[in-house]
Design a protein around this ligand. Structure first.
Ligand code: FAD
Length: 422
């Protein structure tokens, strides 16, 4: 018998429960990826293309291939299933409204075609929906979720298959072309050397260094986790000795289980807000372009534009500035992040934006981060700001975060577009 393993954002061969089960149980396996024109990968297209090429190379090494098609994933999967005479379609279950609609349509069409359709874990450490509080269908607050998550028995890591046996005569199809190099190289075989180095040399210093903007000591694994080039479960097991780091992976799971229960998360307030938002197009443009006149905000926004990634502390600062100081809708910020981030994720992006904006899962929704105090604390010498905002490079350290206090304005750098919180 033949099983189709439909890949989506689980682009790896290690710890891939659906692939491992198919290779163990079926005579033939068709690893399939369908490029869906409805999914806009925007800034992520290059990273995705590299990750797919890498996955194809790994599957070829195992004697198989990655079969690539274009179009509606449901229609294309059924078509391939008919072509190869498959009896089942297996995939890793995902959380967003878009992904779950695809899963529902696949389940329906598979039923019509008499194909078995099965979903496996693999996108999170603990499957969404597994942990439930005493009341309600999901955890709305992080700390109780963290407590439940740490005492749950995680599944075991599954080994990569030793062999992938493709049925004869399947046309492999063409991979998307990589246009322009992404800032980080995509793919499972690219992430492992980085990951091992990071675990060996940086994990121990994570708690002390992860908020240091200039030190840049976080793992930068988020794009790999987004596309599933590395299994979050395998990573959590490898890093288990460091609670501070594993806690971040739990945040990821937390927002995934919120999204699973509240599929509208990217469009609708999780907790409705009572005040109107400020529709200031000019201020929003200045924020996007990194021209607000607040060096710490501008540095974060320019890092995003240059690297397709931004340090978490900077994400918090720029998001708080947009939603709490400028009072501009969090969706304006989330959409811009979604355009540019290599790691943009419905669950993590919307969940974090709503958290900062006070419409999400924060138990203190009115907190506002003071950008100047944050800058002094997490970039005390202004090294991060100087790296991304060269216009203010030569300002002395004591004024680096408040250039408007200098006797004369800095040529080429704007005055603050808003009142600056003191
Ligand atoms: P590390 O510190 O090394 O953490 C390891 C992993 O834990 C990350 O790769 C990520 O998968 C997870 N993680 C860490 N912090 C969080 C968090 N707060 N929420 C959820 N997961 C977390 N992360 C995304 O992956 N995609 C997004 O689209 C995204 N948008 C964000 C928007 C805003 C406004 C904010 C404040 C945060 C956002 N984050 C998002 C969370 C976080 O900033 C990034 O995951 C992190 O900066 C990635 O860098 P890293 O891999 O070096 O993280």
């Amino acid at each position: 018998e033949t099983v189709i393993v439909l890949f989506n954002r689980d682009l790896r061969v290690r710890d891939h429960p659906a692939l491992a089960a198919a290779c163990a149980e079926a005579r033939h396996v068709v690893p399939l990826f369908v490029l869906d024109p409805a999914v806009q990968n925007r800034g992520r297209a290059g990273f995705l293309a590299e990750s797919l090429a890498d996955l194809r190379a790994s599957l070829r090494d195992l004697g198989g291939d990655l079969v690539v098609r274009r179009g509606d994933p449901v229609a294309e999967t059924v078509r391939v299933a008919r072509d190869v005479g498959a009896s089942a379609v297996w995939a890793s279950g995902d959380v967003s409204a878009f992904a779950r609609d695809r899963e529902r349509r696949l389940a329906r069409d598979c039923r019509t075609e008499r194909l078995e359709f099965r979903l496996f874990p693999g996108v999170t450490v603990v499957p969404p929906g597994l942990l439930k509080p005493g009341r309600g269908d999901h955890y709305q607050v992080f700390t109780p979720y963290w407590r439940a998550w740490t005492v749950t028995r995680w599944r075991e890591v599954v080994a990569a298959p030793e062999q992938v046996s493709l049925p004869p005569g399947v046309e492999p199809g063409v991979l998307p072309r990589v246009r322009g190099r992404p800032y980080l190289p995509g793919g499972e075989s690219r992430v492992w050397p980085r990951l091992e180095l990071w675990l060996r040399h940086c994990l121990t210093g994570y708690a002390a260094g992860h908020d240091d903007l200039a030190g840049d000591r976080t793992s930068r694994l988020s794009p790999y986790l987004h596309f599933g080039c590395v299994s979050p479960l395998e990573l959590a097991r490898l890093a288990a000795r460091n609670e501070d780091f594993v806690r971040q992976l739990c945040w990821r799971d937390f927002y995934h289980q919120v999204t699973y229960a509240f599929p509208d998360i990217s469009r609708r307030d999780y907790r409705p807000r009572r005040r109107d938002w400020n529709e200031d197009k000019e201020a929003a443009d200045a924020w996007r372009e990194g021209l607000t006149g607040l060096p710490i905000v501008d540095a974060g926004m320019r890092q995003l534009a240059a690297e397709g990634w931004m340090h978490n502390r900077a994400r918090l600062i720029v998001a708080s500035y947009l939603t709490k100081t400028l009072q501009i809708h969090w969706r304006t910020g989330a959409d811009h992040f979604a355009d540019l981030l290599l790691d943009a994720d419905i669950a993590n992006n919307s969940g974090n934006w709503q958290w900062v904006a006070g419409t999400g899962n924060d138990t203190r929704p009115n907190r506002t981060l003071n950008p100047i105090r944050q800058a002094r604390k997490f970039d005390p010498e202004g090294e991060y700001v100087r790296r991304y905002v060269p216009e203010i490079n030569s300002i002395p350290d004591k004024s680096i975060h408040e250039p408007w206090k200098l006797a004369s304005p800095v040529p080429g750098y704007p005055a603050p577009i808003s009142a600056v919180p003191q």
